[in-house]
Ligand binder design. Sequence first.
Ligand code: F6P
Length: 345
Amino acid sequence: MSIGILTSGGDCPGLNAVIRGAVMKGDKIYEQEFAGIRDGWRGLIVDDVFSLPRRRVRGLSKEGGTILGTSRTHPYNGVGGPDAIRAVMERHGMEGIIAIGGEGTLSGAARLAADGLPVVGVPKTIDNDLSGTDYTFGFDTAVSIATESIDRLRTTTEAHHRCMVVEVMGRHVGWIALHAGLASGAHAILIPEVSVTLAQITEWVLLTQARGRAPVVVVSEGFQLKNDKGELEDIAAERGLDAAGRPRLGGIGEALAPLIERSTGIETRAATLGHLQRGGVPTAYDRVLATRFGHAAIDAVMQRKWGQMVALSGIDIVTVPMAEATKELKTVPRKQWDEAAVLFG
Ligand code: F6P
């Protein structure tokens, strides 16, 4: 018998550390065997599975990406569903599945568990938008990369007496923007949860310039500008849908920069950090969190906690129902943005 592991959805730093943590503890403490499933649910549907002994995960906690590969295949989108998965699991003698993924992956996993499949979840995402866990691994790394990038952009911005708009990822939540903006001392932080007008941004930028500083505006990819009538405006160009049918975000920074330049008269540039935020080695914090999640995931499998997801609560690792954790996105509370906004301008 074996336990299958898959990584699904957008990758993020720390996935390999979870895989290593689960396999090492599973091998050492529970004497379990593991099967690696290639490219998320796709591998489990089309039977793309390989043996994952302990030696295959050696030294992995510092590696970015995922040795299993990933995809945005959804188990219920007309590609096989629970019956195909059950057949592949039986063929390989899999007793349970550890699904490592974000909101889309874990809602698929919750549905499979409700349909009787033995699945436990591990929350990952740089966006930190999953309810039920205080933090997801990958987030700390993304914030560190974004912070370092903003620090670098600041020196060139100051040299030219310009304004810089830095776009970060995060989908419909502003956690990366808020944390990286605070860490780097941004003069304005624009997030999807709080829409502001161009007049307000202009005021912050001009106040910053008046103090002899080069303004740095951090904008989250899901931010929407509020017009004078209080309506939200999509100023970024449409970028179509991704493989999971979700709108591709990005472009707000490029769209905002000329508006700021026009309204302030300050030469303004835009930099989009994009997938840099998901690449490379995880921070020490993310390696530790991911390893602890991996350990807890194999414990959950051994305890047959199907339908549960491992999670961080304070400093403890706990389990919570996946169905609960995927009900709504964890957005930035207004209070936290207000705390940061005290320093804008
Ligand atoms: O969910 C993680 C994330 O990086 C988002 O912040 C971003 O909008 C999206 O994935 C990008 O997805 P893709 O890699 O498919 O372009």
